[in-house]
Each structure stands twice: as C-alpha cells, then as structure tokens.
Design a protein around this ligand. Structure first.
Ligand code: B1M
Length: 201
C-alpha cells in the first residue's frame, strides 16, 4: 500500500487551498483522479478490496479538509428547493453522492440525505413526507443502476411528479433518458441541472 498515503493526500488538500486552488478543482482534478485510478487497478486485480477501502478513507479525510471551503464557495440564499437524495439500494458508494449534497446545499437547496443503500420505499416515503421538489439517486455499479428505474416507477406510481436526477459512475445520459430521469455527470453540473429542472436561475 505504499502509494496510498493519507498524510500526503491531506497535506496536498491543505496546500491546494493555501495556493488558492478551488476546492471543486482539487476534488475533480486531484482526489477523484487518484481514486478512479485505484478503481482501475482494482478492476485489473492489481489491488485488493482492502486497498480500495483504504483509498476511500483517504479520500474522505482529504475531502474533510476541503469541505468548509466548498461550503463557503457559494453564498447562502433562501431555499431554492427540497431535494431528497441517496444512493440506491444495494449500493454503498457514497463519496460522490456526499459531494453532490455539499454542492446542492452550497447552491441554496435544502437536502434530505437518506444515506447509502437506501430502500426504494424509503426514497418514496421521504419524498412524500418532505414534499420533495427533486429526487436524486446515485448509483456506482452496473448491478444497481436498474434500481434507479424501479425508483422512478415507484415515485410515479404514488403520484409523485417531482423530477428525478441520477448520477454516478455507472450512469449515462442515455440511461437517464430511458428511465425518464435527468443525468448529471458531476457535483457542479448537478446544481446547474437541479436549478434548470426547478426553473430557477
Ligand atoms: Co467500489 N466499485 N466496490 N468501492 N469503487 C467501483 C464503483 C468499481 C467501478 C471499481 C472497479 O471495479 N473498477 C466497481 C463497480 C463495477 C460495476 O459497475 N459492476 C466497484 C465494486 C465492484 C465494488 C465492490 C463490489 C467490491 C467488492 O466488495 N468486491 C464493493 C461494492 C459494495 C456495494 O456497494 N454493495 C465496493 C466497495 C467500495 C468501497 C466501500 C471500498 C469504496 C466506496 C467508499 C464510499 O463510497 N464511501 C469503493 C470505491 C471508492 C470505488 C471507486 C474506486 C471510486 C468511487 C468514488 O468514490 N469516486 C469506484 C471506481 C470508479 O468509480 N471509477 C468503485 C469518486 C467520486 C467523487 O466520484 O462517485 O463517480 P463518483 O461521483 C461523481 C459523479 O459520478 C457525480 O458527481 C460526483 C462528484 O463529481 N455523481 C452524481 C455521483 N452521484 C451523483 C448523483 C447525482 C448527480 C451526480 O444526482 C443525484
């Protein structure tokens, strides 16, 4: 595990902030690049699950350094909408979803984050209870994207008309269109698309 060094990642995050690098760029062009490389090595069987877990821990620690700057990077406004957000059932990946939450909150949304491995009925129940203006579902695996389709169907079956936004490594624009949802490729565009969907600037 000699290339997985938490202190180095945390130090690099601090240095990036001190050098005036935007926290979004530090994540998208720094930390995310690193963790995706780990994912590729894992897929090629050059790394084990334990290393994947350790890499995720390192990424989370480095994000903690950047989080205050991320939140401060957008001015606070009155709520532009209520988003019910989570990672779909069967999927425990939540680093990207957490970034989406941070950016949505920074963009003025109220977010009910249901966490990861969220049962479809919990998404539906919370969307009704909170009168969600938007439902957001993340999925990182080809084995769990199908759950996003089930979720859209379950929401519509209950008469919930709130638009649905989907994202995550296993999701494509084509898939989103096929299931009647809207695709966002990263946390920044998630905010732009959420605002477009709600008719906000
Ligand atoms: Co896993 N994992 N993992 N993993 N993991 C992937 C997804 C994988 C592609 C790696 C690989 O093999 N190359 C592969 C899935 C293959 C497939 O599709 N079938 C995989 C696998 C197989 C697994 C396990 C099954 C491994 C095992 O146990 N044998 C297991 C799954 C368990 C389960 O979920 N039931 C597993 C476990 C884990 C860890 C727990 C170790 C850890 C997650 C820790 C955590 O999230 N707390 C982990 C990690 C870290 C990864 C990779 C390496 C990195 C994911 C990540 O955090 N990326 C990943 C490889 C990859 O993605 N290429 C991989 C950084 C993050 C900032 O990006 O999540 O894409 P991302 O989010 C982006 C955008 O996608 C977008 O905005 C974010 C910010 O820009 N976005 C949205 C995300 N959600 C959005 C929602 C929106 C809008 C935009 O609207 C609602």
């Amino acid at each position: 595990m000699k290339n997985l060094q938490q202190e180095v990642a945390v130090e690099a995050a601090k240095k990036a902030l001190a050098a005036g690098v935007s926290p979004v760029d530090a994540i998208e062009h720094g930390l995310s690049k690193g963790i995706r490389e780990v994912g590729e090595k894992f897929a090629r069987k050059e790394m084990f699950v334990v290393e994947l877990i350790y890499a995720a821990t390192i990424m989370e620690e480095a994000i903690k350094v950047l989080e205050p700057a991320l939140k401060a990077s957008k001015e606070k406004r009155t709520s532009v909408g209520m988003v019910v957000l989570g990672t779909v059932s069967g999927d425990i990946h939540d680093i990207g979803k957490n970034l989406v939450r941070i950016m949505l909150e920074a963009g003025g949304f109220e977010v009910q984050d249901l966490g990861k491995d969220v049962a479809t009925e919990d998404f539906v129940g919370k969307a009704m209870e909170a009168a969600a203006s938007l439902v957001g579902a993340s999925s990182l695996m080809t084995t769990t994207v199908q759950v996003q389709k089930e979720l859209v169907e379950a929401l519509r079956a209950k008469g919930i008309k709130a638009p649905m936004m989907v994202g995550g490594a296993a999701v494509t624009d084509e898939w989103a269109k096929e299931i009647g949802a809207n695709y966002a490729s990263d946390a920044n565009s998630a905010v732009v698309i959420a605002k477009q969907l709600l008719g906000k600037r």
